[in-house]
Design a protein around this ligand. Structure first.
Ligand code: ATP
Ligand code: PH2
Ligand code: MG
Length: 238
């Protein structure tokens, strides 16, 4: 958490994000969970991941190719999907065990996967307040998360296991839940995004806008930090 605090301060400064809005968003998500009682105990989620080799799917250009490889393996290993990657997995009839999302992507795929059993880790940050208000109540079996370091004094029923973008947070969650190994799929980083990450683009793959490129740089830096300092073994799918 001490290291996350340093990353958090740097990231918030770099993007010009408002820390007060993170608190507002976290409080709103907390209230929704309190009212709807639609959360699941983190210990139940841990049972899925603890000691296992897990696949983490990001929404980079290699996503579809990597899904096909995993499909052929007929694996029983748990799958964690970052936001937009959920749609691509559903297209291949794979339901991720866990989805990590700030609810800014294709919400219909998340709702569908959630109905079919996927747990959703809903992330509250300063720029998704309206999405949280609109969609968090529709979902069941959710875990609420925040990026605020040392948020304990706010007394919220949320967690912060570190990480920034949905993709790197999948890895940090797997580490937090003591996965043995994290196998990265569709986690290309770089400058290209897919229609799974940006549903409005014309082509399947395009050059990302400046903000997305910057987000992907942080995502890569955070995954590399985890590789160096985490207990779980982090590898790219071969
Ligand atoms: N080349 C890539 N393009 C898009 N996502 C990638 C790529 N490489 C890795 N990823 C990971 O896949 C995740 C899922 O993508 P998605 O764009 O749906 O998530 P996101 O974090 O909500 O992004 P944003 O805040 O821009 O909406 C990203 O968070 C990122 O960590
Ligand atoms: N305030 C704020 N926080 C974030 C944002 C964002 O756009 N604004 N995007 C994230 C994932 O990409 C994670 N955290
Ligand atoms: Mg998202």
């Amino acid at each position: 958490m001490e290291t996350w605090k340093e990353f958090y301060n740097k990231i918030m400064d770099d993007f010009g994000f408002d820390k007060e809005k993170d608190v507002e968003s976290a409080r709103i998500l907390n209230e929704i969970i309190k009212k709807e009682k639609n959360n699941i105990d983190i210990e139940e989620v841990k049972e899925l991941i603890n000691g296992k080799e897990v696949y983490v799917f990001g929404a980079g250009p290699s996503l579809k190719k990597h899904i096909k490889i995993i499909k052929e393996k007929n694996t029983k290993n748990p799958i964690i999907a970052a936001d937009g990657a959920t749609k691509a997995l559903l297209e291949e009839n794979i339901i991720p065990n866990i989805i990590i999302s700030d609810l800014d992507g294709d919400i219909n795929s998340i709702i569908e996967a959630n109905k079919k059993g996927a747990i959703v880790v809903v992330h509250a940050h300063g720029d998704n307040i309206e999405k949280i208000k609109k969609h968090a109540k529709i979902l069941k079996n959710i875990i609420g998360s925040t990026q605020i370091p040392n948020f304990e004094q706010l007394k919220l029923n949320l967690i912060n296991y570190g990480g920034f973008t949905d993709g790197d947070r999948c890895c940090f969650l797997a580490e937090y839940l003591e996965a043995k190994k994290i196998i990265l799929c569709g986690m290309d980083f770089g400058i290209y995004v897919t229609k799974y990450s940006r549903p409005n683009i014309k082509n399947d793959i395009e050059i990302a806008d400046e903000i997305k490129q910057k987000k992907l740089k942080y995502a890569e830096e955070l995954v590399n930090w985890l590789k160096m300092h985490g207990k779980s073994d982090v590898v790219y799918l071969e």
